[in-house]
Design a binder for this molecule. Structure first.
Ligand code: ADP
Ligand code: MG
Length: 339
């Protein structure tokens, strides 16, 4: 069984009339790299601040390594939680060096060693004597991560850690964060509104909306088996087709799909573009009515005999062309009960 580093159970945080967290629950495994992902305003920052101890809970509880740190009668202060936090607007102290920034929260005889270790972890030993204004955005970000790591926390929390970086720096930092987590064994929770980033980096994602987690799991599972049309659409391109269940099947514009829903229920069948494969035959009924070529792959718009359209994402090397007559093969589909 996986050991749990952080367990948040039904946490509620209110700011006046606003309920920022509303029954938020998540389990973070030891050594995991977990992404909290959701649209702006869904409570991601509040969730991190609650775990770090900067917010009191109105209900629910938080345990770190089996010790209750937030609960009905408990509130362990942030400095006693062994949690490092990299804030969204991480501010380095401008008038002290990189090494002094990293050592800011560290005391004790081994301070110099800890600062050195943290700088080595983020590959910044050579820049220890520089000042923040002498660093690139990516280097500043690494200093902020080193500062969170220097006190040897059990857990680091990062709030939108890549949002201030340009695309190439962001790709590099994502890779670095994964390496840091593997090298140090620290447990990391990071927050992002960018679903592609969450899918790419994390080994576990929790999809948030309106203050609670709607679905959690490994990225590939949540992507392939979304629990609702909302999660499906938030995490990627999703097309929904309506139908009614009859004899254990739902019939839609894109074909017939098996389902366990009761006969007579209204259903929505969700497919992703890469689950739609065109094939050519003499009797094909559908038409390729638009095509965007991306090199590695291509996106087709396929018009169905009913007049509906479906998108298909296939290899750029597939020989299909605009105007071709095709059949479609649906390789995977999710059936939701329509509400
Ligand atoms: P996210 O990080 O997902 O964008 P936040 O956790 O920052 O979301 O905010 C969740 C909700 O709580 C939002 O509606 C936000 O406006 C509100 N909120 C956050 N902080 C405060 C605060 N200090 N006072 C009042 N409302 C707040
Ligand atoms: Mg935020």
């Amino acid at each position: 069984m996986t050991e749990i580093a952080i367990r948040v159970t039904e946490a509620t945080v209110r700011y006046g009339d606003v309920t920022a967290l509303d029954g938020f629950s998540v389990d973070v495994p030891v050594g995991g790299l977990v992404a909290l992902v959701g649209p702006s305003g869904c409570g991601k920052t509040t969730a991190l601040r609650a775990i770090a101890g900067f917010e009191n809970l109105d209900a629910g509880s938080i345990t770190i390594r089996d010790a209750v740190v937030s609960g009905a009668t408990v509130h362990v202060p942030p400095e006693q939680r062994k949690v490092g936090m990299v804030f969204q607007e991480f501010a380095l102290f401008p008038h002290i060096s990189v090494a002094e920034n990293v050592g800011y929260g560290v005391s004790g005889a081994d301070r110099i060693h800890r600062v050195g270790d943290a700088l080595r972890t983020v590959d910044l030993e050579d820049l220890a004597d520089r000042y923040p204004h002498e660093l690139s955005g990516g280097e500043q970000q690494r200093v902020a991560i080193a500062r969170a790591l220097a006190p040897s926390p059990d857990v680091i929390l990062l709030d939108e850690p890549f949002s201030n970086l340009d695309a190439p720096q962001r790709d590099k930092m994502r890779r670095e964060l994964r390496h840091i987590v593997r090298r140090t064994g620290v447990t990391a929770v990071f927050v992002t509104h960018d679903q592609a980033e969450a899918l790419a980096i994390a080994d576990f994602i929790a999809v948030m909306r309106d203050g609670s987690v709607k679905q959690a799991g490994p990225p590939d599972e949540v992507y392939a088996r979304p629990a609702s049309p909302w999660v499906a659409t938030f995490l990627g391109d999703a097309m929904l087709f309506d139908g009614v269940v009859s004899d254990g099947h739902v019939t839609t514009d894109i074909g017939v799909v098996k389902t366990e829903l009761a006969d007579g229920s209204k259903a929505q069948v969700m497919v992703r573009p890469e689950w739609v494969m065109p094939s050519t035959s003499g009797t094909a009924q559908c038409t390729v009515t638009d095509r965007e070529f991306y090199g590695h792959d291509q996106l087709l718009e396929i018009t169905l005999p009913t007049g509906g359209v479906v998108e298909s994402l296939i290899s750029g090397r597939h020989p299909v062309r605009l105007g071709d007559k095709v059949d479609i093969d649906i390789t995977d589909a999710i059936v939701f009960e329509a509400v």
